[in-house]
Design a protein around this ligand. Structure first.
Ligand code: SF4
Length: 340
């Protein structure tokens, strides 16, 4: 049997389908880059994607993203699951993942999802703080989110918790608290700094001065701090920042604020800068050459965008030079420093 060593998601976006909520930050049409959806297109969407994938060597997963999958009309939900399951039964697709809200989770729904081959549930938790949830008009409280997470894990699904940075009423402390709970309850996370989109209540709040969007610096720092929480629990963060459909770069879609397409990379640059400077603070490195050992694949994150970390460290610690070398046995955001 051929080993499937690659993994591909086939995304099927379900924008705002049947969602009765109006979270202040949400304009699902712009986030998914899709403004309309016809469930009968699903089979064709999946077939088209599969025609570009070598299913012998690639593990494929159908991903229902965009709206709150388990909150849509029950017949529509089962229709979509049946379509997806046909591809699982034919061996072309290995599993299904979907995103939904914590208040659309109960035993009956989880029984259905299990039956149709869903493996991964992504929960839009956004914050575990009741005041932030209220100001963001999420329509549920933190306790509901905790219960949903526990139930999903009891059923044996893989659970990814999504959280946001910079929501109304939020602070770094509340975000660290949210990240800690997600790290304890979930298998992984997505972290989304808030982007203020036009045609949302958040945009109106910003225009009227009731909400101040985070500056890019604050967004990077708070995201970086949250990444360190997940790192300390050894939980993967599978995505930082919205996947920018082209529309997100359109000034007609994003209301000011500081949307940066590489926010994830900037946040990781921040974490490495902090880790390196924490160690350099304890060393006598003035005028010295240093080597920073980092995890495999992390060299560019340590060096920073446009080499910003490297030049700042050289300047602030009066170093002669920095060499960054990847090392197999280093994981997470850990680094080792050698002074030559
Ligand atoms: S529940 Fe999801 S889709 Fe519905 S308004 Fe909130 S963020 Fe948007």
């Amino acid at each position: 049997m051929t080993r499937k060593n690659k993994h591909v998601n086939i995304p099927v976006f379900i924008p705002h389908l049947g969602c009765p909520n109006d979270c202040v930050f949400c304009n699902q049409k712009h986030i998914s880059g899709t403004s309309s959806f016809n469930k009968t297109d699903t089979e064709a969407i999946i077939k088209t994607a599969l025609s570009t994938i070598d299913t012998q060597t690639t593990q494929t997963e159908i991903a229902f993203f965009g709206g709150s999958f388990t909150g849509i009309d029950r017949d529509d939900m089962i229709y979509l699951l049946k379509v997806a399951k046909k591809f699982i039964d034919s061996g072309k697709v290995s599993s299904i993942r979907l995103s939904t809200r914590p208040d659309y989770i109960d035993e009956e729904i989880l029984d259905i999802l299990k039956y149709y081959g869903v493996k991964v549930i992504e929960l839009g938790l956004q914050s575990m703080d009741d005041e932030v949830l209220k100001l963001s008009k999420r329509g549920h409280i933190g306790e509901c989110a905790v219960k949903a997470c526990k139930l999903i894990k009891k059923y044996g699904f893989t659970l990814i918790g999504q959280m946001m940075i910079g929501l109304p009423g939020s602070t770094l402390e509340k975000e660290l608290y949210t990240a800690t709970l997600i790290a304890e309850l979930c298998d992984g996370a997505r972290v989304y700094p808030t982007v203020v989109l036009h045609q949302t209540e958040l945009c109106k709040m910003a225009e009227s001065g009731k909400y101040t969007p985070l500056s890019l610096d604050d967004s990077v720092t708070r995201t970086g701090e949250v990444l360190e929480v997940f790192d300390s629990y050894k939980k993967d963060v599978i995505r930082i920042g919205l996947q920018a459909g082209d529309t997100l770069f359109d000034p007609d879609v994003v209301y000011g604020g500081d949307y940066h397409p590489a926010i994830g990379e900037l946040a990781e640059n921040y974490v490495y800068y902090k880790r390196i400077s924490n160690q350099l603070d304890k060393l006598n490195c003035n005028g010295k050459n240093i080597v920073v050992y980092c995890p495999v694949g992390a060299v560019s994150k340590v060096v920073g965008q446009k080499r910003c970390n490297k030049s700042e460290l050289i300047k602030n610690y009066k170093l002669k030079s920095i060499k960054v070398v990847e090392k197999k046995d280093i994981i997470g955001y850990n680094i080792i420093i050698d002074i030559l």
